[in-house]
Structures are given as structure tokens and as C-alpha cells.
Ligand binder design. Structure first.
Ligand SMILES: O=c1ccn([C@@H]2O[C@H](COP(=O)(O)O)[C@@H](O)[C@H]2O)c(=O)[nH]1
Length: 234
């Protein structure tokens, strides 16, 4: 299996206990996956936990989905870059000015700047949920709309579902990164995810990075699930 393929899996570390997370992480190799720290673990354990993962050699995606006024978001992504994370994100619905300022704030870090990506439509949302928000578009239409704004703002890519990957790659080009949660190996429970896809289909359709949480972290043998996913996309 090529290293490039095995590093496409971003494991969502959604635990409420730091030691449980670290016991799991210590069974992994930075050559076979990257790690995602989201709102739950960051709120409990903060930058010290993120730095511990980085010190263990892992690339960390800090998934805090910043959504605020441009000045605040620019300062927040700056703080993330100083932590040494590999990728950080904002909500595309924060607007073009916000995304542009965030990207500009990262220029000072040169080649060390984290990738900056924008969340489009959460993978837990379907057309009915968008309608309740007053958005009369399908998820795919809204994802394309917001992804174009993210690209115009100079961002490196977007978070979307793998169901939109083929269309986005054809519109926005192969360099624009697609980070796709809602990945479910055959037989895994969807849970609260609405727009799901298997790892292999997601890669075949153009996903650059697969975000996988519960199907790995809540499995009886998480490491073997990761190995199987990596084998399925190699
Ligand atoms: O649209 C989005 C954006 C982020 N997420 C995050 O990804 C993981 C998915 O975990 P699973 O257990 O595999 O469902 C989770 O941390 C979310 O916060 C997302 O699911 N969808």
C-alpha cells in the first residue's frame, strides 16, 4: 500500500476521556493515518492535547469550524497555526471577507502554514434540513455554491460529503482539496450522518481525505478497521 493512500484517512478523535484517546493513538502509526481533533476534545483538553498528538508525530486537523467576524476568525486560525496543526477550517457561510482574511492571516507562516479549508454543508444535513433553514437548494447545489466562494477566497479546499466529490472535482479542479466526513464502511451504522459513502467509493469519486470517527473509534478492534479501510483504498 502506498504511503500516500494510507495517509488519506483522518481519524476523528471524538472522546470525552484523554487517556482513552491516547491509549488508542499509541496503537497507531503516523504513517497510516492522520488525526482530527474537534470541538469535544478541544473543549475538554485544549491546545496541550493537540500538541501532544503533534509531538507523537501525527498530522492534526483542528476541526473547530470557525464562524465569526473576519478579524476574530483571522486571529483564531493564527492561533491554530502557532499550535502547529496541519489543517484548520472555517465555515464557508461566514462569507468571502471572512475566508479571505483568514487565508491572508496564514501567509505569515509561509510553507509552514496549515491548509485552510471551508465547511460547506454538514454531512448530517439533507434537503429537508436545508429547507428548514430557508435554503431552497439541494445539498449538492449549496455545496457547489459555497465551494466556489471558498475557492475564490483562496482557500485550499472544502469539507463536503463524498456524494458531491465527483461534481466538485470537475468544476473546481484536482488541486482543490476535498475532505469528506460521513464515510461509512459497508455495514457501519450511519448514526446522524445523512450523506454517506463507503471509503472506496469516496476515493474513486475524488475525495482527497476521508474523515472517519465512530466506525473506527467505537469498533471492537479499531486498528483492524483502519487497516481494512486502508487496504480497501490502496
Ligand atoms: O460536515 C461535517 C463536518 C465535520 N464532521 C465531523 O467529522 C466527524 C465524523 O465522525 P463520524 O463518527 O464518522 O460520524 C465528526 O467529528 C464530525 O464532527 C462531520 O461529520 N460532518
Amino acid at each position: 500500500m502506498s504511503l500516500e493512500h494510507s495517509k488519506k484517512v483522518l481519524i476523528a478523535l471524538d472522546y470525552d476521556d484523554q487517556q482513552t484517546a491516547l491509549n488508542f493513538v499509541k496503537q497507531l502509526s503516523p504513517d497510516t493515518c492522520r488525526l482530527k481533533v474537534g470541538k469535544e476534545m478541544f473543549t475538554y483538553f485544549g491546545p496541550a492535547f493537540v500538541k501532544e498528538l503533534i509531538d507523537l508525530g501525527f498530522d492534526v486537523f483542528l476541526d473547530l469550524k470557525f464562524h465569526d467576524i473576519p478579524n476574530t476568525v483571522a486571529k483564531a486560525v493564527t492561533a491554530a497555526a502557532k499550535m502547529g496543526v496541519w489543517m484548520v477550517n472555517v465555515h464557508a457561510s461566514g462569507g468571502v471577507e471572512m475566508m479571505t482574511k483568514a487565508k491572508q492571516a496564514l501567509e505569515q507562516f509561509g510553507d509552514e502554514a496549515p491548509l485552510l479549508i471551508a465547511v460547506t454543508v454538514l454531512t448530517s444535513m439533507d434537503s429537508a434540513e436545508l429547507k428548514r433553514l430557508g435554503i431552497d437548494k439541494t445539498p449538492a447545489e449549496q455545496v457547489v455554491y459555497l465551494a466556489k466562494l471558498a475557492k475564490e477566497s483562496g482557500l485550499d479546499g472544502v469539507v463536503c460529503s463524498a456524494q458531491e466529490a465527483k461534481q466538485l472535482k470537475s468544476i473546481l479542479g484536482s488541486d482543490f482539496k476535498l475532505v469528506t466526513p460521513g464515510i461509512r464502511p459497508e455495514g457501519s451504522a450511519a448514526g446522524d450522518q445523512k450523506r454517506i459513502m463507503t471509503p472506496k467509493q469516496a476515493i474513486d469519486d475524488g475525495s482527497d481525505y476521508l474523515v472517519i470517527g465512530r466506525p473506527i473509534t467505537q469498533a471492537d478492534d479499531p486498528v483492524s478497521v483502519l487497516i481494512n479501510v486502508n487496504n480497501s483504498i490502496s
